[in-house]
Design a protein around this ligand. Structure first.
Ligand SMILES: [Zn+2]
Length: 457
């Protein structure tokens, strides 16, 4: 008989709103949701009094960077940080050594998920202009999405040109597989950097000035064009630009299949933070002005934005620090997976009067649906995996990079006060994080999620 657990006394957040209810977990699944669980001697009781129970976060944009001989993050520490931030599923980006661009690399990466991760992980396949047969091989290995860069990123992950973008949208157009694009115009971006560098600028704000909204808006415009003429499924990664959101609204009204995510960097930080944080806040797109941040929030409120993801992108402090002298010397990306959902939930509830159900939609339900993992993931329903994040909405804490569970102990949220905390996180029915006990269980308890998992039995 599968083990029985009763999670009692909590407030369960479903798509219909928060409701006082107990959850019966049998083995790894939710077996029932009821007003009051019956007393049973064989049930282990988890007391959730005073807590809100949310579907475990589904973070569809992580860079745990596996495999990587330098081990700049890895599935083990990355998934520990995820658990402490209420995340139970990640969709891992292709960047690694080697980058995941063939079926063979994906096959090896799947094994590493099961050996090293503590949360469940699905995979993106990388598109770099390789033969379409390689994309088919990755689909056959179970990737849930494809990712490409419009601007030059790194030699290990070359960007694609318009012909490849068109070809791949066509290739994917008879599937529901999202084609995720990092939308920045390469030529506008390179010109902007050259202009600021020629002016002798080395300060943090020069980074933002070098890649203004236009850089992102032009690329979103082009990506929408190819999605529209092919009927493909476009997923706009980390949108930080109100004009980009406006193009997406218009495209949707014409029937274009497009989903869009944003990240905490673009919701909770602005140029004053970039100035203060310097290299620790250097990411791409760049952190925007307060006015633009407020307009991104309007996109959250009106439902234009589907997903909030972390774009967790680890670098060592040694790699980032030279950017304090010269911003161009800092690599692009921030540690984000642990602080993301508590900080966003705090902002939504305590400063913006938004609902906890909307948070559940953005952090779990919508990402699970878009990436084919729903309703096994992203939902508190009978039959769903018992992936649960128990939040205390009155527990304040202060972000300290040194205390984070990811490998590199820095964060652009250093010193930030957050008014809610993930206090217990369950993956498939097992408590894997407790705010007092810490991380529980062994590495390798996570499972690889192949495309189609959401609909599987
Ligand atoms: Zn990314």
């Amino acid at each position: 008989m599968a083990e029985l657990k009763h999670i009692v006394g909590g407030t369960v957040v479903t798509s219909d709103g928060p409701v006082r209810a107990d959850i019966i977990v049998r083995g790894d699944r939710i077996a029932a949701i009821m007003a009051e669980a019956p007393e049973r001697d064989d049930a282990k009781v988890i007391d959730a009094s005073g807590l809100h129970i949310l579907p475990g976060g589904v973070d569809v944009h992580t860079h745990f960077r596996v495999p990587d001989p330098r081990m700049v993050e890895g599935f083990d520490t990355g998934s520990q940080a995820a658990l402490a931030g209420g995340v139970t599923t990640a969709v891992e980006m292709p960047q690694a050594a080697p980058t995941a661009t063939t079926g063979e690399v994906v096959r090896e990466k799947k094994l590493l998920v099961e050996q090293q991760s503590r949360i469940d992980i699905a995979l993106w396949g990388g598109v770099v202009g390789q033969p379409l047969d390689d994309l088919q091989d990755m689909v056959d290995e179970g990737v849930v999405a494809m990712k490409a860069f419009m601007p030059a990123s790194s030699p290990a992950f070359p960007h694609i040109n318009d012909a490849t973008m068109h070809e791949v949208f066509e290739f994917l157009s008879d599937t529901d597989i999202p084609f995720g694009l990092h939308c920045e115009s390469d030529s506008l971006l390179q010109a902007g950097i050259a202009r600021l560098q020629a002016a002798g600028r080395t300060d943090a704000l020069a980074h933002a000035e070098s890649r203004p909204a236009l850089v992102e808006t032009e690329a979103i415009h082009r990506a929408l064009f190819f999605a529209e003429i092919t009927g493909g499924h476009l997923y706009v990664c980390h949108c930080a630009t109100p004009e980009g959101l406006e193009l997406i609204r218009d495209a949707r009204a014409r029937g274009v299949w497009v989903d869009v995510e944003t990240c905490p960097q673009y919701l909770l930080l602005d140029l004053s933070d970039l100035q203060a944080q310097g290299p620790w806040g250097r990411c791409a797109p760049a952190i925007r002005s307060r006015d633009e941040v407020e307009q991104i929030w309007e996109g959250v409120v009106d439902g234009t934005i589907d997903v909030i993801s972390s774009d967790h992108a680890p670098y060592t402090a040694e790699e980032k620090k030279p950017g304090e002298e010269n911003i161009w010397d800092a690599p692009l990306g921030c540690n984000m997976v642990q602080t993301m959902y508590p900080s966003v939930l705090d902002e939504m509830l305590n400063r913006r009067d938004l609902s906890i159900s909307q948070f559940a939609e953005l952090s779990a339900t919508a990402p699970a649906r878009i990436f084919g993992l729903y309703p096994r993931k992203g939902a508190i329903q009978v039959g769903s995996d018992a992936d649960l994040a128990l939040y205390d909405l009155d527990r304040s804490w202060t972000v300290r990079g040194a205390e984070m569970l990811h490998r590199n102990k820095w964060t652009p949220f250093e010193g930030k006060s957050i008014g809610v905390a993930a206090v217990k996180t369950l993956v498939r029915g097992e408590v894997r994080f407790d705010i007092d006990a810490g991380i529980i269980g062994e590495t390798g308890s996570g499972k690889f999620l192949a495309r189609g998992y959401g609909a599987a039995g």
